[in-house]
Write a protein that binds this ligand. Structure first.
Ligand SMILES: [Zn+2]
Length: 90
């Protein structure tokens, strides 16, 4: 399962990709751990929301482009080719 989650007192949502059969794991930015969760808790959409952790977002674009493919079309090319991808190239 995978998706964005707000945890603890974090004001940003972090992205988690949790292997089959597991109920927890680390965020893509490696700063947060989620335990005992379910897919109901994870929101696998709005990948370009300003509420999302920027580091998780960068990792998602860089390492898992297939996940944001749908949003890429939804938000239009301008968003996808914007700051998120530019920062990765640095
Ligand atoms: Zn994060």
């Amino acid at each position: 399962m995978r998706g964005w989650a707000f945890i603890g007192n974090s004001r940003k949502a972090h992205y988690f990709i949790i292997p089959e059969g597991k109920t927890g794991g680390m965020s893509l930015c490696n700063g947060w751990m989620l335990l005992g969760t379910s897919q109901d808790y994870l929101e696998d959409e709005a990948h370009f929301s300003s509420d999302n952790c920027k580091k998780c977002n960068r990792m998602l674009v860089r390492d898992h482009p297939e996940i944001i493919e749908k949003d890429k079309e939804e938000y239009g090319k301008s968003t996808y080719d914007g700051s998120v991808t530019k920062e990765i190239e640095k």
